[in-house]
Design a protein around this ligand. Structure first.
Ligand SMILES: [Fe+2]
Length: 508
C-alpha cells in the first residue's frame, strides 16, 4: 500500500503536498521519520534524486540515504544578533546571587590500586548516605562477615555493594552483596499473585539492581543466605524545592554541536535574538532571565566518532570554539552563564571532566561567562542545580529495564536513586580517583542534563529533572538507531514560582 490512504499525518502530509507527485511515498515512511527535518532541503533533495529516475517510489531506505546525504551539503552561516533598543529587562536591575562549585578533577595512573581506592571511596560515601537514614531503617547496621554466624531466622540489616546478580530458575533475584568484611548472598523472592504491593515493589527494585550499586538490605538469615524483606537505595530524600524571593529565571540548554552540518543556526540565532529582546514572543520571560546553564557538547569536536569529518561544516576545533564563544558574546552581560563540557568537547573524555581550557577561549573574556567542570554544583538565587552532561545516560538506558531514549527523565531518576552520576562501571570512562566526584553528595533542586538530544521534564522527591535537548538536527546515526531528537526547545525555570516554560524556536 502506498501513501494516499493515510490521512491526518502532519509532516507526512506536508511532505506529500510539497512533492506534488514528483515521487511516490512508500507506506513504510511515517510522520516520525520526518520530524525535525529541514523540509525545504529534503523536498529539493528528493526531487533532484528522482527527476531522471525510472522508478518514482521513495521507500524508507532511500529516505535515510537522502537524509544522510543532506548532512554533507549544509554550509555554516554567521549569526548576526540585533539588540532591541526598547528592551528593558528587569533582570538587569537585579544583583546576581550565585555560588558555583567545580568538582575535584584528579589525574591517576589508572592502576589496579587506583580502581580499588576509587570503589572503596564510592562505597564509603554511599554507605554514609544510607547510614544517615539509620533511624528509619531500624538502627543497627551489621557487617556482612558478622551475619554469617547468625542463627537462621534472625533479623538483620546490612549495607553493601552489589557484586553480581542472577535470576534463579524460579524467578527469584539473587545477588552477592559485599562490604570490606566479606560477601553474602541475598535473595529477593518472586512475589506470588496474591502478595502485597510492598513485596511487588521490593522485587521490582531488586530486578533493577546493577553491578556496583550500593544498597541497604533488611531481612532474616536463612542458612548462609539473607532473605530480604526491605531494600533502600541511597536516593534523594523527599524535600521541598527551594524558590527564590526575586522574580528571576534560569534558562537551560545543551548540545549545541557548533561545527556539525546539522547545527541549527537559524533556531539558535532566533534564541540569541529572543534573549536580547528582539523577538515579540514571551518578552516578559526573556526579561526575567538572569542565568543560563549550558550542559556540554558546545561544539561537535574532531575525531569523536568514525567518519565524523564528512559531517563537519567546520573541521578546525579552534574555529568551532571561536564560533561558539561568538555566540556567548551575544548573551547580554547581566546574565550569568555557566558552561560545562560534554563528550564532544576538547577535554579529557574520562569523567569528571575539567573545564574547557583557555587555549580554546583565545581572546574571549567576559566576566559573566564561567567555564566549569562536568559535573558542577550551582546555587543560583537559592536554587541548587547539579549540571552534568549526561554521558552515562547511554549505559543506564541500555542496562536498566524501563529506561528509553524517548523519555530521558526515567533514566535520570535511576541516577538520582543511586546518588551516582555514572552508576554503571565501564558504561562510560571515569577517572579512578581517591575521591569519587560523581557521587551526588548534595541534593539538588534541579538536575540538569543533555547528551541524548531529547527534552524531558519531571520531578522526583522534590528535585526537578530537566533534559534540555539539543540544537542539532537529526543525524544519520540517529535515523539508523531510530532516535528522534527534539532540537530547538529551550526550557526556562522561573525561580520564584517554580514554573517551567519551554520556548520553541522552530516555530519563530
Ligand atoms: Fe550531544
Amino acid at each position: 500500500m502506498f501513501w494516499g490512504s493515510c490521512v491526518g499525518r502532519g509532516a507526512l502530509l506536508d511532505f506529500v503536498s510539497r512533492l506534488s507527485g514528483k515521487a511516490i511515498i512508500s507506506s513504510d515512511i511515517t510522520d516520525a521519520d520526518l520530524r525535525d527535518v529541514d523540509m525545504e532541503s529534503l523536498v529539493a533533495s528528493v526531487i533532484d534524486r528522482y527527476q531522471d529516475s525510472a522508478s518514482k517510489i521513495l521507500g524508507r531506505k532511500e529516505l535515510e540515504e537522502i537524509m544522510v546525504g543532506m548532512t554533507m551539503k549544509k554550509e555554516p552561516m554567521q549569526i548576526e544578533v540585533i539588540r532591541s533598543n526598547d528592551f528593558k529587562p528587569a533582570a538587569k536591575d537585579i544583583e546576581p546571587e550565585y555560588r558555583a562549585r567545580d568538582v575535584r578533577v584528579e589525574r591517576t595512573s589508572s592502576s589496579v590500586t587506583d580502581f580499588v581506592d576509587y570503589f572503596q571511596d564510592r562505597f564509603a560515601r554511599l554507605r554514609e548516605i544510607l547510614r544517615s537514614y539509620g533511624t528509619g531503617f531500624g538502627g543497627v547496621v551489621n557487617s556482612i562477615e558478622s551475619v554469617k554466624g547468625y542463627m537462621s531466622g534472625r533479623d538483620l540489616a546490612v549495607v553493601g555493594m552489589v557484586y553480581d546478580k542472577v535470576v534463579t530458575a524460579k524467578g527469584n533475584v539473587m545477588i552477592n552483596l559485599e562490604d570490606e568484611s566479606g560477601t553474602v548472598k541475598v535473595l529477593f523472592m518472586k512475589p506470588s499473585r496474591k502478595t502485597k504491593d510492598e513485596q511487588n515493589e521490593l522485587y521490582d527494585s531488586a530486578s533493577k539492581l546493577m553491578k556496583d550499586d550500593v544498597i541497604a538490605v533488611k531481612g532474616k538469615t536463612w542458612n548462609s543466605l539473607i532473605i530480604a524483606n526491605r531494600m533502600l537505595w541511597p536516593d534523594v530524600p523527599l524535600h521541598q524545592q527551594a524558590r527564590s524571593e526575586e522574580d528571576v529565571a534560569i534558562a537551560l540548554l545543551s548540545d549545541v554541536h557548533v561545527g556539525h552540518k546539522l547545527f541549527m543556526q537559524k533556531q539558535f540565532g532566533k534564541f540569541l535574538e529572543w534573549i536580547n529582546g528582539s523577538v515579540d514572543n514571551r518578552k516578559d520571560l526573556a526579561e526575567k532571565i538572569k542565568y543560563l546553564v549550558v550542559a556540554g557538547d558546545l561544539v561537535d569536536g574532531i575525531g569523536i566518532y568514525p567518519d565524523q569529518d564528512s559531517e563537519l561544516a567546520i573541521d578546525d576545533i579552534y574555529k568551532q570554539y571561536s564560533v561558539f564563544f561568538d555566540f556567548m558574546q551575544s548573551i547580554p552581560d547581566y546574565i550569568e552563564v555557566f558552561v560545562i563540557p560534554g563528550n564532544h568537547d576538547a577535554v579529557q573524555r574520562a569523567e569528571p571532566q575539567p573545564k574547557v581550557g583557555n587555549g580554546f577561549l583565545k581572546d574571549f573574556k567576559r566576566e559573566n561567562v564561567h567555564m566549569m567542570t562536568n559535573p558542577c554544583y550551582l546555587n543560583l538565587h537559592g536554587v541548587k542545580i547539579l549540571a552534568y552532561h549526561g554521558t552515562s545516560l547511554d549505559s543506564v538506558i541500555r542496562s536498566i529495564p524501563g529506561c528509553s531514549y524517548g523519555e530521558p527523565t526515567t533514566a535520570m531518576k535511576e541516577i538520582l536513586k543511586r546518588r551516582h552520576l555514572s552508576p554503571i562501571y565501564g558504561g562510560n570512562i571515569v577517572v579512578p580517583s581517591k575521591n569519587d566526584a560523581l557521587v551526588i553528595n548534595e541534593v539538588p533542586d534541579i538536575l540538569h542534563m543533555g547528551h541524548i538530544h531529547k527534552n524531558g521534564y519531571d520531578a522526583y522527591h522534590g528535585t526537578l529533572l530537566i533534559n534540555s535537548g539539543t540544537w542539532q538536527g537529526r543525524t544519520g546515526y540517529q535515523i539508523k538507531q531510530g532516535h528522534v531528537p527534539s532540537p530547538g526547545l529551550l526550557p526556562i525555570y522561573e525561580a520564584r514560582s517554580a514554573k517551567i516554560s519551554v520556548m520553541d524556536f522552530n516555530e519563530m
